[in-house]
Design a binder for this molecule. Sequence first.
Ligand code: GAL
Length: 634
Amino acid sequence: MKRTLGTCYYPEHWDRAIWEEDAKRMAEAGLTWVRIGEFAWSRIEPTPGVLMWEWLDEAIEILGKAGLKVVLGTPTATPPRWMLDRHPDMLAVDKEGRPRGFGSRRHYCFSHEGYRTECARIVELLAARYGANPAIAAWQTDNEYGCHDTTISYSDAARQAFQGWLANRYQSTAALNAAWGNVFWSMEYQDFEQVGLPNLTVTEPNPAHSIDFRRFSSDQVASFNRLQVEIIRRYSEAPIAHNYMGRVTDFDHFKVGDDLEIASWDSYPLGFLEDRGGANPARQRAFMRQGDPDFQAFHHDLYRAVGRGRWWVMEQQPGPVNWAPFNPAPLPGMVRLWTWEAFAHGAEAVCYFRWRQAPFAQEQMHAGLLRPDSVEAPAMAEAREVAAETKDASEIAPLKAQVALIFDYDAEWAWQIQPHGAGLSYFDLVLAHYCALRRAGLSVDILPPTAEIPDHVRMVLAPGLMHMDAALKERLNKCRAQVLIGPRGGARDANMATPVPLPPAFPDLDVTVARAESLRPDMPMALAGGGHVTGYREEIESTEEAVLSLKDGTPVAVQRGNITYMAGWGDDAALDRLVAMMAAEAGVPITPLPDGVRVRETATERFWFNYGAEPAECPAGVLPPAGVLREEKV
Ligand code: GAL
């Protein structure tokens, strides 16, 4: 399969008179894909039951005739205003019990049955009308589930659905009371209808209650998506995608991804650096116009796993955006670099958001490939350049990486519910390990916690997995790779209770976490030989060999055979040491890279990227700022 480009287009925003010209310009620029429709419900159905298809028929025909492949979005992220008159209680409710308002988007609760029925109706109409249309080459369900903090809703609809979910899971309130430990503080229930949602409690709710609510909320997203997918499949053979987000972790993307052919995500490197990358101010300054050197790559690898190999960037930042605290323009060359980086991680397509900058409404300050006056914006030349380069580039040949990193959404929720110290986040912990692997020049495959460890994998990093069932422990224990677990490995059982024997209770490993403490971030504890434990530390009882210790000799990482347990949160220097140690034991060669330089391999090529604002040396030569170097592998 060839690497392809596309864009996101809103024919309903523009005069019909320019659609043909737009389509011609897209094709001439070398774009293959055009995504449309995902916010167009009020134009498809201006009043209930009155359907206006003509404009959409025409837009699809024009785009198709220009040789473009259309990705058709279902419009369910933007229910029109009349929907609220029909279903006044369809709005999601925030943690404080306030319904969210109309006037932007994603104003619905995943649990509202009436809204689900409306979604099924509009998706069926759309799929029936366009399912066999040859211009429709792919579908997108909804838009960015969970964006704007919309996965979790404390509505009546959610409460009722949660009670049903619990009844199904536990069968009896006696079982629920036992599993949650409700004897503590006399929280026992006699009827599932008595169970409320874990908000507005006087002090913190029972963590078992909270984790089940998080799992329920995640399941609601998966079933909402599945409802749409099952309808589309009855009418169309085209693949179905969803466009996920950066660092949105409130639902289990692996579960949603299981129902889709393609995973895609929306990559806004400069926006993310400012508002969710976890970068410190120095790093934000250094990479202000380039984005974090690892944040995109991490999500590329995560969503490749979610898509079981098939993944796209559905929206790529082409210039300044409108929504982060600061919105600089990218360094010349970065749009090309971001695009090639996605291809290097196996993307089938990269689509730029958006075709033309809008002169009205919320996103006026968000760049497109064209300015509002239709003159080309700077990103267009870079998109053209990549389009020309991909013509002769090789087909996608995914790498089977020797290094795997496990990412578990359930662990993310567990850490959020019981962080033990301010600012301790599972996502940040996993990202820190990922960055250490990338600093060592390693290409990584991300795995869900349910995956078998493939035989070609020689190093597995599984930090922070608070829930490790016996099967997961067994898979890690019996695999041939060097395995890293901890901190907080198996620290809680599935109901957020502390298991006895005490964690990690890993087979054949003599480690007991006797006590856990969190630390002020400005009070790190120095390791002998370099690096620190920072933020979180465990005191362990162990007879295994210590491979990292505090300066006073207290063991921090211990090892037996191919299993290493890390009893604390290592800073970058500590993680670099751990990675180097494991790689040496696994026989995986590492290439420590200068800051900002990154490498990614496919089965046949090696790509070097310079995220730095200055030229940088890499083993393949000198990279200019925002430079990309592609080598054939020998
Ligand atoms: C995405 C969203 C788009 C647009 C874009 C702006 O999150 O899917 O519709 O709002 O952000 O950066």
